[in-house]
Design a protein around this ligand. Sequence first.
Ligand code: ADE
Length: 326
Amino acid sequence: QTSQVVQVNGGGQSLTADKIVNMMPVTKRNPKDYIFGKVIGEGSYSTVYLAKDIHTNREHAIKVCEKQQIIREKKREQVRREKDALNILSNSGSSLFVKLYCTFQDTERLYFVMSYAKNGDLLPYINKVGSFDAACTRFYSGEILRALEHLHDLNIMHRDLKPENILLDHNMHIKVADFGCSKILEQPEAVDNTTILDENNPRQRTNSFVGTAQYVSPELLTEKTISPSSDLWALGCIIYQMIAGLPPFRSRSEYMLFKKILNLDYVYPDGFNADAKDLVQKLLVLDPNERLGTMDDQRYTSIRSHPFYNGLDFDTLHVTNPPPIY
Ligand code: ADE
């Protein structure tokens, strides 16, 4: 259908159906504009399908949420957070995040049309090889760091960063997904030389535990304060997991897990890369203000310049061929 050629002005000019679609005024899409295929993801209140746009032939991941279920499980806020964060990120033009193309609804469901990350999520890759080598860990944690720099510059916190939410596109570059737990922080007030700074200015408070237990930061467990630094804790957990094969804090019971996190009770396996160990130690710090990067004027220069990343050009990561994972 898309390769069909339409003759215009007696054949003087030819247009493909693709070009015509691009010229058409954008009307609200509906489920009939897509051919729905296999299920590629399942969440507590949503199912993600691989789907093909019948007009462009492009593949998309479409997240479908049952309205009744959202209301029953009180997930309205989560759905709104995800849409708001994805809209901001999609407009920012970064390729490091799943893009939201459009949303629509029918009587029973909400639909989020997103970019399709062909190679799935990062977790099976870590589990399959057991442990990433230094080059892979450097590259993938470097891309995640760049994503966090972008996110935090836009005052968005992810709050549920983990390997399952790091998707891989057709070129094996990352696309951060799942913004259901995200928080858009209030814009920082402009400070000038007439501003009275309050040293004890309370940080914004959250009201409920969000995220995944194994990657949750100690401050989210105790003070329930909101700070982008919680994503840096999760980054520390992910770097550890890439090298050790398992996340640093593990336990059968959530109670014991939280106790371990609050006591910083974890160990490094023998042979753990020494520079990576130093970096993880500087990220897995109980005080969120003491984590590497938190005091940077420009995000996250002190992490970028850590010896573990020696020789890595962060600015060209997205156009670099990723190292093979084995
Ligand atoms: N699973 C959930 N969201 C996805 C996406 N955008 N691409 C591929 N798999 C997914």
